[in-house]
Design a protein around this ligand. Structure first.
Ligand SMILES: [Zn+2]
Length: 486
């Protein structure tokens, strides 16, 4: 388990201590760009505009249909209210530019440009909502490498909307739930004396099976139409993207180039190899082979059938295509927004591991030091309020590397006093000297939570208020709001 990495340690430290550059991107989005605020008008008109069409003669079926329809609208409104979406001008304009190009080249199929949301999720995904709405996750943007890859994902979702897949699925669900078949099988289950649960499962499985079959068909239909949309837009199609997507769930399987101890040493943080090894019984690292983790079952993947989709479309790949890399500034912004979202969602290990992967590439942007400090302060704060385990954000072993598991174990097991020491070290880190003032203001707030001997709610609310009055437009205000409201 303990790996000799002394040579790596030496070069790791050298790499981390190269002259740090100032935060390059300036400010990201503002607090008012979060969806509960930015999309408040759209949210209010959504409910009025999206009325359920009358499609069933049967009253009960129509009622079911309306229920399913309303659930979808409530889902989207809930996502807007919950700040699932953000309107960062630069990233939004980039994504919307792709949507615009595809729309303008395909006016017959897409008379009106779809409405795009940027979803803050780290999942490598985009999704069609129906009704000419679609969403692109930050996770997809950071995962993709070229504009053409993003365009394929976007064209695929636009195709779902063009083909009314979402609406059709809702219609079919209403049809099934109000069918005699369903009612009879349900009654049979209720009448039966034995094995009700397993019988009920069978009834539901029947529906799920036929729905999955439909969905597979929908996927290949959407792929075919997407390729047409792209060709008409003069955007190269690369079937190879499907193979790239196949690895979408393996981001945390990526090993670290520099060892954990090198990272910790570079920041003068306490580190002991023993903290990275599980002391308790149960799932031990020794009993688990991390080498065979790349074989995640296809059905469990975010994007199943990728190899099949590749094989089906390979011959349509644009020959000698000129590919456009996604601009570094877009990737940088998307990455930071994604990390902040993970942090404010208190998912600390995935957040820290991503930062280490970025640092592994030699990135010396001070913003990542700022976030590293936030993570340790956040963890110590969680420990103080007896919530350390929840803050760690456990990820299933099947999709993580040995390094990730070691980091997760370390964050679980590092003794409280050492964690406090790590916080104090980071609080006094040299990197703060050149940090912009808003980050310094957040530092005061975060370290009040973590280290102030006064741990009353009133003191936390006071510190939150101090931050938000000075930085009402800051994206970090999201964190302060949680404590100010209390
Ligand atoms: Zn799809």
């Amino acid at each position: 388990m303990i790996r000799a990495k002394i040579h790596l340690l030496v070069c790791g430290v050298a790499l981390l201590l190269t002259t740090a550059v100032l935060a390059q991107s300036g400010s990201l989005y503002s607090y008012q760009d979060l969806s509960h605020f930015y999309y408040s008008k759209q949210r209010d008109s959504l409910k009025k505009a999206w009325t359920c069409p009358t499609s069933f003669k049967d009253k009960a079926a129509q009622k079911k249909y309306r229920e399913i329809w309303d659930q979808r609208i409530d889902g989207i409104i809930g996502a807007i209210n919950g700040d699932d979406y953000v309107h960062d001008n630069e990233v939004y304009t980039y994504i919307d530019g792709i949507v615009r190009q595809i729309t303008e080249a395909n006016r017959q199929l897409v008379p009106v440009k779809p409405f795009v949301f940027i979803d803050r999720s780290s999942w490598v995904n985009a999704y069609a909502v129906g009704g000419n709405l679609l969403a692109v996750n930050l996770g997809l943007i950071t995962f993709s490498t070229t504009r053409e890859e993003l365009a394929l994902a976007i064209a695929h979702e636009m195709s779902h909307n063009i083909l009314h897949h979402v609406e059709n699925a809702m219609y079919q669900k209403a049809e099934w739930l109000s069918s005699d078949d369903y009612k009879q099988s349900l009654n049979a289950v209720l009448d039966s004396k034995y094995e009700r649960l397993s019988r009920l499962k069978k009834v539901l499985e029947g529906y799920t099976f036929s729905r999955n079959r439909h969905q597979r068909y929908h996927e290949s239909e959407a792929d075919s139409l997407a390729i047409i949309l792209l060709k008409r837009s003069n955007i190269a199609f690369q079937a190879g993207y499907f193979l790239h997507l196949d690895s979408a769930d393996l981001e945390y399987e990526h090993p670290l180039k520099h060892s954990l101890s090198a990272f910790f040493t570079a920041y003068h943080l306490p580190y002991e190899e023993g903290w990275t090894q599980k002391r308790s019984h149960g799932l031990s690292t020794r009993a688990y082979s991390f080498s065979d983790t790349s074989k995640l079952a296809d059905s469990l993947k975010t994007h199943p059938d990728c190899v099949d989709r590749y094989a089906k479309t390979r011959s349509l790949t644009t020959p000698n295509a000129h590919l456009t890399p996604i601009p570094a500034s877009i990737q940088d912004r998307a990455n930071k927004m994604l990390l902040w979202n993970m942090y404010s969602g208190v998912s600390l290990t995935p957040c820290l591991y991503r930062i280490l992967l970025i640092k592994d590439k030699g990135n010396t942007d001070l913003w990542y030091d700022f976030m590293l400090s936030n993570i340790f302060a956040g963890l110590y704060y969680s420990d103080r309020v007896l919530n350390r385990f929840n803050a760690i954000g456990v990820v299933p072993k099947e999709v993580i590397s040995r390094d990730y598991y070691a980091l997760q174990t370390l964050l679980e097991q590092i003794p409280r006093d050492n964690l406090k020491q790590a916080c104090q070290t980071l609080q006094n880190g040299g990197f703060w000297k050149n940090m912009p003032s808003v980050e310094k203001d957040l530092k005061s707030f975060v370290f009040t939570l973590a280290l102030d001997p006064d741990d009353s709610d009133r003191n936390k609310a006071r510190a939150a208020h101090l931050f938000s009055t000075g930085n009402a437009n800051s994206m970090y205000n999201e964190l302060a709001q949680n404590f100010e409201k209390k």
